[in-house]
Ligand binder design. Structure first.
Ligand code: ADP
Ligand code: MG
Length: 636
């Protein structure tokens, strides 16, 4: 390649690029070798794009060049060169592709570093910071590139990665594609050793679908593993391919390899990772399956092949039945494509159902890792039956917060005549266990699902029912249905009966309480559900559960607070004492103090107390009074 530079111009890197470079140049990252993976993957992308253009019939410079990647090493000059015959870049493309960070992964990488000083070492490899990773090993980099577009001049880009770069046009006889010359740092000489290079390529880039030559020797396997018959693929090959695809250092938990011939032909090789990739909770956009048509890559991470809730699945799909020149924009309208996508979703769900049945412990592990994303599938109405079979929750029938149960298991433990499935929401198992709403469920020995994740309530209120059984929040149940269930033994400590006369007084006390609370409550009535607590707030029949109301308020859908029914436990010691006070003086201020306190405590438990100041100052006052009485009794 004989060439000379004309009209060199200097540019500065954008601020965020400088930042990234600064980290990479000074990085002590132990697996610097991944720079080669990044360059080869860029070369492969460029070749994929070229192949795509040529199947569309675009006119292409040097159209007979073989599609390949070549790597040269020169130990004496500490020089490594990676070349490809791909799509190349024009001057503007070099500036916008190499001069800025378009890649969301890198942007996210920087954000994470800034926000929580995350261990650089751990994430460089996983994110794949792209082209710039070359500066971990290079003191100077020269890119020579020529676009596939007819008539574009060749371009040279040069930088030491410190602050700026130079761009010049090249004259002379240059082939289409890109060559990257890496002038290695003194401590990176190992990357000119043939054996070392060969090992790196085999480890990270073995499944690249274009030949990779090291010197004159072809290194990679170039096999479309997903097209091989299942029986001939070894576990190691699956693992290797998975690592190549995902950059995960662990082996996959599951391999789903399918090959369908009719009515539509396609192959798919999919994996479920052991650990969720959603490690910062941000990665929700980063999912999809690689789509191939007749072994030609059409699109990386196509999102329409997988619903978001199965986004933890990684893999590839390849079909004979899609046209090679299909454009990414019209894929969704293609009926064959849509059928393939539906089939894949069905296959994954069936696979999981089988796993849940055959290996429940393994399924529980899967659930703990990927369940949060999976639950988002509550709106996939076409697959609701399969989805339901895969849902898991903690429940009162389990001994600890880690125990999981399915909907089917829950109904297998139904009481005779039970028609509803009950659930309670709380921040932890302890919190739910303390919830007064659960007292009656404990007394009647009715199982309750324990939900800890706000999405769980969305799931259940969207599904509305399982089979014929409605989901009911413990704070919105109709107690009329509960009489048919017997109390458990423990409840049998019968309270003292109220006299006929006191019953009347109690009714008047309820009216007095309603007067005190005014229209802050819908109604005040005697509770049939409490055993240990003096009072509780419940939702009027057929309204949303309290958590759901809270979520609606948070998402601004409904700003008003739903008014509730205030239920009073007639048998509670406190209420009995209050009744005595009431009988002697129905207007006693002590009554209103206690009622306000009970009401606000109930609001607090309900999660709808906006301002706790009054509650606390009243509580302090009551504590002060009780300390007076205590010292009096003790004669101190
Ligand atoms: P990513 O590959 O994720 O886009 P990179 O930092 O690796 O991020 O590369 C940035 C961009 O530079 C690529 O998207 C591509 O447009 C361009 N590029 C890099 N290497 C090549 C190459 N060998 N041939 C053509 N374009 C390339
Ligand atoms: Mg890249």
């Amino acid at each position: 390649m004989d060439s000379k530079q004309v009209s060199t111009k200097k540019y500065e890197f954008k601020a965020e690029v400088k930042q990234l470079l600064d980290i990479l140049v000074h990085s002590l990252y132990t697996s610097r070798e991944i720079f080669l993976r990044e360059l080869i993957s860029n070369a492969s992308d460029a070749l994929d794009k070229l192949r795509f253009e040529s199947t569309r019939g675009t006119e292409i410079t040097d159209k007979d060049l073989p599609l390949e990647i070549k790597i040269f090493f020169d130990e004496k000059n500490k020089l490594l060169t990676v070349t490809d015959t791909g799509i190349g870049m024009s001057r503007d493309e070099v500036i916008s592709n190499i001069g800025t960070i378009a890649k969301s992964g890198s942007v996210e990488f920087l954000k994470q570093l800034k926000e929580n000083q995350t261990d650089t070492n751990n994430i460089i490899g996983k994110f794949g910071v792209g082209f710039y990773s070359v500066f971990m090993v290079a003191e100077d980099v020269v890119i020579k590139t020529k676009s596939f577009r007819v008539g574009e001049p060749a371009i040279e880009w040069q930088s030491n990665g410190l602050g700026d770069y130079e761009i010049a046009e090249l004259d002379g006889n240059i082939n289409r594609g890109t060559s990257i010359e890496i002038h290695l740092k003194d401590d990176a000489k190992e990357f000119t050793e043939k054996y070392r290079l060969e090992t790196i390529i085999k480890k990270h880039s073995n499944f690249i679908s274009f030949p990779i030559y090291l010197g004159s020797e072809k290194i990679n396997t170039v096999a479309a593993l997903w097209r091989e018959p299942k029986t001939s693929v070894k576990k190691e090959q699956y693992n290797e391919f998975y690592k190549f695809l995902t950059y995960d250092s662990e082996e996959p938990e599951d391999v789903i390899h399918i090959s369908i011939d009719a009515p539509i032909q396609f192959n798919s090789l999919m994996f479920i990772p052991k650990k969720s990739f959603d490690f910062f909770g941000y990665n929700r956009e980063d999912y999809g399956l690689d789509l191939y048509v007749r072994r030609v890559l059409i699109q990386h991470k196509n999102k329409d092949l997988l619903p978001e809730y199965l986004g933890f699945v990684k893999g590839v799909v390849d079909s004979e039945d899609l046209p090679l020149n299909i454009s990414r924009e019209t894929l969704q309208e293609n009926i064959i494509f849509t059928k393939i996508a539906q089939n894949i979703t069905g296959q994954i769900l069936s696979y999981l159902i089988k796993k849940a049945k055959d290996e429940p412990e393994k399924y529980a592990e899967f659930w703990k890792e990927h369940g949060r994303i999976f639950k988002l599938g509550y709106s996939d109405f076409t697959n609701v039956e399969k989805y339901n079979q895969l849902l898991r929750f903690n429940s009162s029938a389990k001994t600890d917060a880690g125990g999981l149960t399915s909907l089917e298991e829950y109904i297998s433990r139904f009481k005779e005549d039970q028609k509803e499935i009950y659930y309670a929401f709380g921040s932890s198992r302890d919190a739910i266990n303390q919830d007064p709403h659960l007292e009656i469920f404990k007394n009647k020995n009715l199982e309750v699902f324990y939900l800890y994740d706000p999405i769980d309530e969305f799931v259940l209120s969207t599904l509305r029912k399982y089979k014929d059984y409605e989901f009911k929040s413990v704070d919105s149940v109709d107690l009329k249905n509960f009489d048919k269930y017997k109390d458990t033994e423990e409840k049998k400590v019968e309270p003292e009966e109220l006299s006929k006369e006191d019953e009347k007084h109690f009714d008047s006390l309820l009216s007095r309480i309603k007067d005190i609370l005014g229209d802050r409550v819908v109604e005040v009535k005697e509770s049939k559900r409490l055993s240990g607590s003096p009072a509780i707030l419940v939702n009027p029949d057929d309204t949303m559960s309290s958590t759901m109301q809270k979520i609606m308020r948070m998402t601004n859908k409904d700003m008003s607070i739903q008014k509730k029914v205030f239920e009073i436990n007639r048998d509670h010691k406190l209420i009995r004492n209050l009744l005595k006070v009431f009988k002697s003086n129905s207007k006693d201020e002590y009554i209103s103090n206690i009622v306000e306190e009970l009401f606000e405590s109930a609001l607090l438990l309900d999660g709808s107390l906006n301002d706790p100041h009054k509650l606390v100052s009243r509580l302090n006052q009551l504590l002060e009074q009780s300390s007076d009485w205590y010292t009096e009794i003790k004669k101190l």
